[in-house]
Design a protein around this ligand. Structure first.
Ligand code: MN
Length: 739
């Protein structure tokens, strides 16, 4: 049970919650009574139970309710449902009990949350790849009933992330991966910008603690000089807005640690190179009787009188808001000292919506036209439709679903002048399927702005598009290459399904026969050799291409007999007793020894080419473990989707072999540089070079080297030595080389 002191603290937390409710949505006494009885009920239900951190469990539902009120902006029923969200799952009470006490709506919400929890909480199970994806899928199925359920779920996840410190490290990584993989995108889609940003930052903190610390530290160090610059930048804007009698707030903000990290990863740049990027936000209080839109443009014109705008960097989300409801005017201007700065201009209402999403819409009833509420309903309907596709493979579905969550958009017009919103990069064929499956299946082209264009034409904002059809048209495999929306993908796949089933069967027969001739069996190891040799990414593709005659088995005997690709390195003795299955039960920290098979092979993943010393993880498939760098996007995805087969691995110091790695070398071109380079690498360092490729243009020299090294320390040594060669400017490691 809890001590008197704890009881007192619990009540205090609850009082804060009630106070917040009063401030945020003016509950009547009946509402407060209902919230109070929900609290008393939950408190009693969780009595004596503690969280991992040791604090009373009831803190968690109170904290979730607090987020739901102050950060999402929901009302009484949601607060009640938040307080009760773990009761059904963790105690003997049923949804019926909740319905009797708090009414049907609350019961439906709690039911949704319980189902979501069951589906997402697979930590106790060693699910397979598909099971885990299937669970995500189930969780998404519960999206349907009430958007508030997802919002409460996000608040729940946010609080769990905020208190992740008390979890075991391997669970932290797993939960953080899930968060970045699914929950942050969901928050994005619902327009919960602040929550999304915090989820991302927390996720980074637990997945890549070092990187996170470095960024945080650097942000603090540069804080003063940044603030000074922003003040200098803002000063003339402030004068101007005052002169025109505009009521406003102006703030300068830095990018979030996660977005900085993302940018560094993507562009391979240093912290410093990201740091000059900041944004200034002008939030104005609209004057009465003038449309907010006109006032935005007025502020824009005042600011661009001071600083010159970059012409191609104007973003107008006022005339056409994003699908998640975001409205704002963004421009990039040239500030003092020739630095570019982004300025965001929006009204208070727009700001509220930008930060809190759809929840904020409910506050602004007069703006609440049907179309916006309709948008989110439409989206949820789409998700449900997609989920109900019986043939849809769960893993594939998740990837596509995620694509749709983050996609930015284009808006196009139908011949009748109706607008349709599609993912950016969508082509004519995507639009056809968006309008109707039948229209897509029969499409042959389109009139885009009255000119006839092919199906793979990329749509631009404002295009007017009329789809052209023919009764003889049928969906083609090539279509899959250029459509970008999940809907079009699915429609085409299901239309092709009938045909490809036959070719897969056919392919299996051909392959089996060929293998029998060679006296081999189709083992996992064999496919590891065969798939890359025929340029296929999975068995399905291989069989289907084989069955439909796209590929033939020329040279199969050579492929089969080849020792597995040279990048397969047999490498062993990774502290086995430490191997622990990810996602083991939270209750008993059971440590499971893997059954060790002598011929376990380690493959260094192509996507990130890890070498000893890198932070790595392994993904197990049969007796083959693929080793990825922990920061590899594919690794993050694997942890989120297939945690059960992710094995923590460490580099051992024994039996060290060499690993393939890639270097990029840049510098000023000069006669003899190539000789110097190869001399250093081969003669002086005695390295085994696999590939050396050099280009030079406009006096700049670019070299790419693929070589074998033993460890990170080794590599650093090589980089240092290369850097000392005359006229070499930059030497850096790259994950792979695309030539
Ligand atoms: Mn919870």
């Amino acid at each position: 049970m809890f001590s008197a002191e704890e009881e007192k603290l619990i009540r205090e937390q609850f009082d804060v919650l009630v106070e917040s409710c009063r401030e945020c949505f003016e509950p009547d006494e009946e509402d407060v009574a209902m919230i109070t009885s929900a609290f008393e009920f939950a408190h009693l239900a969780h009595i004596g139970v503690r969280r991992k951190s040791g604090e009373p469990y009831i803190y968690h539902p109170i904290a979730v309710a607090q987020i739901v009120v102050t950060e999402v902006g929901l009302g009484t029923k949601s607060v009640v449902a938040s307080l009760l969200h773990d009761v059904v799952e963790d105690t003997d009470y049923t949804v019926d009990d909740i319905a009797k006490m708090f009414g049907d709506r609350v019961a439906i919400m709690v039911d949704g949350l319980t189902k979501m929890k069951k589906a997402s909480d697979f930590a106790g199970k060693d699910g397979t790849y598909n099971e885990q994806a299937e669970n995500f899928k189930k969780m998404l199925l519960t999206l349907s009933e009430d958007v508030r359920v997802i919002m409460i779920k996000l608040a729940d996840r946010l609080h769990n992330m905020r208190t992740l410190d008390s979890m075991a490290p391997h669970k932290q990584v797993k939960i953080a991966s899930e968060t970045i993989y699914l929950f942050a995108p969901l928050a994005h889609r619902l327009g919960l910008y602040l929550i999304k940003t915090e989820l991302e930052d927390l996720s980074l903190k637990f997945s890549f603690p070092e990187d996170y610390k470095a960024i945080k530290q650097r942000l603090e160090q540069t804080e003063t000089s940044r603030q000074e610059y922003i003040a200098r930048f803002n000063s003339p804007i402030i004068d101007m807005l005052n002169k025109h009698g505009i009521e406003y707030e102006i703030t300068g903000r830095v990018k979030s640690p996660y977005s900085i990290w993302k940018k560094m990863q993507r562009k391979d740049i240093t912290l410093e190179e990201v740091f000059d990027l900041f944004a200034v936000r002008v939030v104005f209080k609209p004057a009465p009787f003038i449309p907010e839109k006109s006032q935005c443009w007025h502020v824009y014109s005042l600011i661009t009188d001071i600083y010159k705008p970059k012409p191609d960097r104007l973003r107008d989300w006022i005339n056409i808001p994003k699908a998640n409801g975001y409205e704002s005017l963004h421009c990039t201007v040239m500030g003092p000292d020739g630095m570019w700065a982004e300025v965001q201009i929006r009204s208070q209402r727009m700001n509220d919506i930008a930060e809190r999403g759809f929840a904020a819409h409910w506050k602004y009833k007069e703006y609440n036209n049907d179309s916006r509420e309709g948008e989110i309903d439409k989206w949820i309907k789409e998700v449900r439709n997609a989920l109900n596709w019986p043939t849809q493979d769960a893993v594939e579905f998740l990837d596509e679903f995620k694509l749709n969550l983050y996609a930015s958009e284009v808006v196009v017009f139908t011949p009748k002048g109706e607008t349709r919103t599609l993912a950016k990069g969508a082509v004519v064929l995507d639009l056809a399927y968006e309008i109707h499956t039948r229209l897509g299946n029969k499409a042959i082209g389109a009139k885009v702005n009255h000119k006839i264009q092919p199906l793979d034409t990329v749509l631009m904002n404002g295009d007017q598009v009329e789809i052209l059809t023919s009764n003889n048209a049928v969906p083609k495999v090539e279509w899959l290459k250029y459509v970008v929306t999940a809907k079009a993908q699915q429609c085409i796949k299901s239309a092709l399904k009938g045909r490809s089933d036959d070719s897969v069967k056919n392919g299996i027969q051909i392959f089996d026969k060929a293998l029998r001739g060679l006296n081999t069996k189709p083992t996992g190891a064999l496919f590891k050799k065969v798939l890359p040799a025929y340029d296929c990414s999975n068995k399905e593709e291989f069989y289907s291409k084989l069955g439909s005659g796209i590929i033939t088995l020329d040279g199969l005997d050579r492929v089969v007999k080849s020792s597995a690709a040279s990048k397969i390195v047999k490498y062993w003795s990774v502290g086995l007793s430490k191997l622990r299955i990810f996602g083991d039960s939270s209750k008993n920290e059971q440590i499971t020894d893997l059954h060790i098979v002598d011929d376990i092979s380690y493959i260094m993943a192509d996507c990130c080419s890890p070498i000893p010393g890198d932070d790595v993880m392994g993904h197990k498939d049969g007796n083959i473990i693929t080793v990825h760098k922990k920061s590899c996007p594919n690794a993050i995805k694997l942890v989120a989707q297939d945690g059960a087969n992710v094995v923590p691995i460490e580099w051992s110091s024994q039996k060290v072999k060499s690993y393939l790695t890639h270097l990029e070398i840049r510098g000023l071109d000069r006669i003899g540089i190539l000789v110097d380079l190869s001399h250093l690498l081969t003669t002086q360092l005695g390295l085994n070079i696999r590939k050396l490729h050099v280009e030079s243009h406009d006096g700049i020299f670019e070299g790419y080297v693929t070589l074998y090294v033993r460890s990170r320390a080794d590599l650093q040594d090589i980089i240092n030595k290369l850097s000392t060669i005359k006229s070499v400017g930059k030497v850096k490691r790259v994950d792979n080389i695309i030539m």
